[in-house]
Design a binder for this molecule. Structure first.
Ligand code: TXA
Ligand code: MG
Length: 343
């Protein structure tokens, strides 16, 4: 059991998760847990992250264990400032321009790792590259400053599950498997960061909280990787696997009608019917829809199981701006599940 004293010895059992407030003492306690090798969930502007000291190989190994994440899927390292991030990776000119434009914020850049990087090799899954980002959430920045080290942090969900945008989502997946959780309320952006590979020709690896249009306005056209890939062979980024964000209930896209035995994930004016309805944004606002997306999937999945509904029918979403990130997550939620390939 994790000790509640200021100086802590963390057992490997991690059977108690301390819920911390996002005030000075909660942040200090979270930082102490992290500095002694613990795992702490914390809010970013996108989704909750599951943090560990990125320089501590054992702590990073514990992230993979707690999530049930395959060791070949690298983690994003989080920093309080761009200058600190560029200590661990070599920044090219486009990376510097993107950092100026979008950090702090929901953009992750994959860059060549420096030979003297502080980040342990396991965090980057043994690759010569490292994904880095400066989050925009004040509690995340306060935590990073208090820890004084880079934090490796994937989304704070069990592998393959829907990402968490509230502390309750994190607890539902990871209670008793992590040492602490700073409850900062709901995450404002609601979809994960956009991941861009800048090691060669700039390439979009994952659409996210910064739109493709906004990035291209700063550094020009990006290559776009295939969004779906059934088995992970030859993928530039393991996170591109087809099946991810998987609710227990089957997901059906581009619904034009909905049956009484189905749940409905609506956008704009809702279809009539459905045994449970969650509207991402009645006004058809993509930023609102992104912020509500994972909470909607969590809620509908729960409602569907309680009410014996067979599937979640999803209305069409416009394919521009934040719509690209929403469609990407929903397409993965709808993809056929492949045993052993989820993370
Ligand atoms: O918004 C976010 O990015 C959240 C918050 C917590 O920061 N984090 C997050 O982490 O979504 P995660 O682990 O769920 O997704 C990270 C993605 C994965 O698709 C992973 O494969 C990819 O980034 N990635 C990480 N390092 C990489 C690398 N060196 N090369 C290519 N892809 C990488
Ligand atoms: Mg994730």
């Amino acid at each position: 059991m994790a000790s509640r004293a200021g100086k802590t010895r963390i057992s490997s059992a991690r059977d108690v998760t301390e819920i911390l407030r996002p005030d000075a003492s909660g942040i200090a306690r979270g930082a102490a847990l992290l500095r002694s090798g613990g795992l702490v969930g914390f809010a970013t502007e996108t989704v909750y992250g599951l943090g560990a000291d990125a320089s501590d190989d054992r702590a990073v190994a514990a992230i993979y264990e707690a999530k049930g994440r395959p060791g070949n899927n690298p983690l994003i390292c989080h920093y309080a400032t761009a200058a600190d991030a560029f200590v661990d990776v070599a920044a090219c000119a486009p990376a510097i321009r993107l950092a100026e434009a979008f950090w702090p914020g929901p953009l992750t850049m994959v860059l060549p790792r420096r030979a003297d990087s502080r980040v342990c090799r396991r965090a980057g899954a043994g690759r010569d590259t490292l994904a880095v980002r400066v989050p925009a959430h004040p509690d995340a920045i306060a935590l990073l400053q208090a820890v004084g080290r880079p934090l490796a942090a994937p989304s704070a969900n069990r592998s393959g599950q829907v990402s968490p945008t509230t502390a309750a989502h994190v607890l539902a997946d990871l209670e008793g498997r992590i040492d602490g959780l700073i409850d900062s309320g709901a995450c404002p952006v609601g979809v994960e960061s956009t991941v861009v590979d800048l090691c060669g020709t700039p390439r979009l690896l994952r659409p996210g909280g910064v739109t493709l249009e906004a990035i291209e306005a700063v550094i020009g056209k990006l290559q776009t990787a295939p969004v779906l890939h059934p088995d992970g062979v030859g993928l530039p980024s393991p996170g591109l696997l087809a099946s991810h964000y998987a609710p227990a209930t089957r997901v059906r896209l581009e619904a034009r009608e909905v049956g009484p035995d189905e749940a409905l994930l609506a956008f704009g004016a809702p279809l009539a019917g459905g045994g449970a309805v969650f509207n991402l944004s009645p006004e058809g606002d993509l930023a609102v829809a992104a912020a509500n997306l994972f909470a909607g999937l969590h809620w509908l999945d729960h409602a569907a199981r309680e009410r014996g509904l067979t599937s979640i029918a999803v209305m069409g979403i416009p394919a521009h701006g934040l719509g690209l990130a929403i469609i990407d997550r929903l397409t993965r939620a709808a993809a056929p599940r492949k045993e052993g390939l989820l993370f």
